[in-house]
Design a protein around this ligand. Structure first.
Ligand SMILES: Cc1cc2nc3c(=O)[nH]c(=O)nc-3n(C[C@H](O)[C@H](O)[C@H](O)COP(=O)(O)OP(=O)(O)OC[C@H]3O[C@@H](n4cnc5c(N)ncnc54)[C@H](O)[C@@H]3O)c2cc1C
Length: 431
């Protein structure tokens, strides 16, 4: 490939804070709020002009269930709180039985989940960040980490002011694609994605023939173009694409929008309108950290360094896994933690961890761990894990859910098995 040399130059430092969060999807929002609530100054850098990431710009306005499908709550803490923030200013279809925030309901109750209105969610997230004293800087793309050995001193960004730097003691990578960790030298895994495209449409025939109900969602239809993740796509002509190269992103955008246009040409008529298109490519899994440890895939066991419980949110009854702290950090980089759909979970674990509630849990855990490390003046590898667990548990996070259920007499005693997190053998192999 042809290359040119970038000129060496001094650039202005636009901001300094204790913590920088890069990427304002729901994981980044949770990381920033968790850290701010733990008394550190936080700046969040977001390349688009709204918060929410895939959940807003990518149209994924379905906050998947935070219960196990048989009446027990899996998520408390910010994963529960953010569901209520997302639904604060529009239709709120959280089932009544869960509204008071109980730990458990009748097993046949509806799942604890919600669909939210995207503009109302964006506005609520703005307010949430303002109230939590997080300094959000929009329209600012992370370019490069400023590394000093294995420590990151800050990041170089590009925005309307040109190229500037933000400095911090700790960094959270919540870009969804491990952009920061990868460019800092962390070991990562790539995955190709199917092309799929969600949009929303309104149809006057549907409304005229439709309900007398006051439920606006019954009159707005989701339209899906391309492939579904839950079926065999091996006979499809559509290519699988990477979300970590400019070519992959552009191919994805062109292809997914051409599928929408094809549909529109066939269905154009009075009384029909496509309401909106996703404004970021709807990649599911792109690049993830291969951290100090991987999430284990044995359900129901006690993980000593658990930062909370996770499950594949669509399963019922859901198998519940405890997620290890070491899967949020790299083995060498001392002060960048991962949050969201790019944490260290391989295979089916990656599928599980990309569900919104699980992304928010890892956001809360990484933000809290970074704040504890800042206060203790230590690296992320030296964080006091029991103190982190106590801090998270105080906010309602279920660290060892089955232990809690058993202690409350809600589960029959089962053979207790304790496991250490799976060490990542490849984590010293560079990227
Ligand atoms: C089609 C589809 C359907 C899905 N369906 C569901 C569902 O029904 N329910 C569910 O729970 N989950 C669903 N998911 C998964 C879920 O939406 C995502 O995994 C989750 O929202 C990811 O959150 P995140 O914060 O980790 O990352 P993201 O939402 O991807 O946020 C990353 C943020 O970082 C920003 N960013 C990226 N690079 C930079 C940079 N260089 N500089 C600054 N900012 C940057 C982005 O703009 C974005 O705001 C679905 C995903 C897809 C694609």
């Amino acid at each position: 490939m042809k290359t040119i040399t970038e000129e060496r130059r001094d650039i202005p430092v636009a901001g300094e804070s204790d913590l920088l969060v890069i990427g304002g999807g729901l994981a980044g929002v949770a990381a920033a709020v968790a850290a701010a609530r733990n008394g550190v100054s936080v700046t969040l850098l977001e390349k688009s002009c709204v918060l929410g990431g895939l959940a807003t710009l990518g149209h994924v306005c379905v906050y998947l269930p935070i219960d196990d499908g048989i009446g027990h709550k899996i998520h408390g803490g910010l994963a529960e709180e953010l569901m209520h923030v997302c639904t604060r200013y529009s239709y709120n279809n959280i089932p009544d039985c869960w509204r008071a925030g109980p730990a458990g309901v009748d097993p046949s109750s509806p799942r604890y989940s919600a669909t939210f209105n995207i503009p109302a969610c964006i506005l609520a997230l703005d307010e949430f960040m303002r109230d939590e004293h997080v300094n959000v800087v929009f329209d600012t793309a992370f370019c490069m980490p400023v590394m000093d050995g294995s420590t990151c001193r800050g990041v170089i960004v590009e925005n309307k002011s040109g190229r500037t730097a933000y400095l911090a003691k700790m960094i959270i990578d919540s870009t969804g694609d491990s952009d920061v960790l990868y460019r800092a030298g962390a070991d990562c895994e790539l995955r190709k994605n199917i092309v799929s495209h969600w949009t929303y449409e309104i149809d006057m025939d549907l409304i005229r023939n439709g309900s007398t109900s006051n439920d606006v969602l019954q009159n707005i239809r989701m339209r899906w173009f391309g492939l579904r993740p839950d079926v065999d796509n091996s006979n499809s002509d559509l290519p699988m694409l990477y979300g970590t190269t400019s070519e992959g992103v552009n191919d994805y955008l062109r292809l997914s929008r051409s599928l929408a246009l094809e549909y529109l040409k066939k269905n154009q008529r009075d009384g029909y309108a496509m309401l909106t298109l996703p404004f970021i490519p709807q990649f599911r899994m792109t690049r993830r950290l291969k951290g100090l440890a991987e999430m284990g895939l044995t359900a129901g066991v006690n993980v000593k360094s658990s930062i909370g419980c996770v499950a594949h949110c669509l399963e019922a009854p859901a198998a519940v896994y405890e997620f290890p702290y070491e899967a949020l950090i790299d083995s060498r980089i001392t002060n960048i933690a991962a949050a969201g759909r790019m944490v260290s979970a391989g295979g089916r674990g990656w599928e599980i961890m990309r569900c919104i509630p699980n992304c928010v849990l890892t956001g809360q855990a990484s933000g809290t761990a970074a704040a504890l490390a800042i206060r203790a003046g230590c690296t992320l590898q030296k964080v006091d894990v029991p103190a982190l667990q106590n801090n998270l548990a105080d906010t309602g996070v279920m660290i060892h859910m089955y232990d809690e259920l058993r202690n409350n007499g809600n589960l029959p005693p089962i053979r207790h098995k304790s496991v250490a997190p799976t060490a990542n053998k490849d984590s010293l192999s560079g990227h």
